[in-house]
Ligand binder design. Sequence first.
Ligand SMILES: Nc1ncnc2c1ncn2[C@@H]1O[C@H](COP(=O)(O)OP(=O)(O)O)[C@@H](O)[C@H]1O
Ligand SMILES: [Mg+2]
Length: 407
Amino acid sequence: MAEARTLLIISGGIEAADAAKRAREMGLHVVVSDIDPNAPGFAFAHDRLIADVYGPEETFAAATRYHREKRQLDGVICVAADAPVTAALIAEGLGLPGISVATAKLACDKLAMKARFKDAGVPVPWFAAVTSLTELRDALEERGTDLVIKPVDSRGSRGVQRLARVADFKAAFALAQRHSPTSRVMVEDYLAGPQVSTESIVCNGICHTPGFSDRNYELLDVHAPFFIENGGDLPSHLPRATQDKVKAVVARAAEALGVRNGTVKGDIVVHKGEPYVIELAARLSGGFFCTREIPLNTGVDFIGCAIRVALGENVPVSEMEPKRQQPVVQRYAFPKPGRVVDVRGAETAKKMPGIQDVIVTARPGDVIPPAGDKRPSAAMVLATGSSRNEALAAARAGLSAIEIETL
Ligand SMILES: Nc1ncnc2c1ncn2[C@@H]1O[C@H](COP(=O)(O)OP(=O)(O)O)[C@@H](O)[C@H]1O
Ligand SMILES: [Mg+2]
């Protein structure tokens, strides 16, 4: 029997653990890298690399050592961590399939990415760099206050603020800047309209988008000026023709970034009926979107397909196409900010009708930050139903069974 092929999964976090599990089911030799020796993904790994996911050089060095001295790697993927540069450096350095470092870097720099999109004719909101408070004031004068300010290179909505809902522009600028590792800030026009998350597999330059979810922003006003998404609904409520337009824009955006083989996760806003790209990440999604929601909704083994692409395989198109559209509703719990003292009800919630998954991320002692900092959610439920309303009712019931006490 031929020796099993070897896959390196970057991130051993709880949202990436499913990918390690799937890779193992596929008969692969699984290597997981993470700085945390207790990372949940390690439970499914044959071998582990202790290295910082967000330290490209560090992980590259560990992967190279492994590849040369222990066992040859055949593929690398990055799941639920915004570290495409780490994956690309390894792919490029070891000659594995994947995206280039240049593409990965573009996807991690919202200014460079949007400039590329603009050049390629991919619709994006108006945007500009702001290097000082004076420049911010100039932008406000020129464009009006309906702008979004954000760090150029952060993640998870940290420091992203709607300026129309901000009283102190100086503080808003400082917050955005604080969340940028390079202290760079930008502004964009705020585009009103439904927001969607997409997730696609690009195989030989052809983009397939089985992942399509309406993002739920009912808490937008409560948390303004911050953008806090409290879940998602699949299938999308948007008309089929609009969904097709979104998918076409995502395909053009992936091409503009230079992704020919890999996955892309899109943040798209449909403004006045037309899709605009807020960002396109060149990696696999977090929040259990690719690992649980898409398979539940469509029957597509998204992670399995992504792994095969990462190993350089040709995945048949039929395997990337939705086989069904089962209603799925995901909701997050946001406890009051503070220190978690007790978590109750997860087991009860798991047994409720329609509940497919309950993931409690908060543990006693953890601190739930206020909005605008890191993601303040503490638990997630995934529910299905024969209709969207049934799935929604199940998700709400499940969520209300979980009690997270903070002080
Ligand atoms: N120009 C915009 N118009 C409308 N909403 C936006 C805009 N920019 C950002 N947002 C909202 O803020 C969220 C976070 O912004 P994003 O640029 O995706 O940064 P991050 O990398 O932190 O996810 C988006 O998913 C979207 O909901
Ligand atoms: Mg985003």
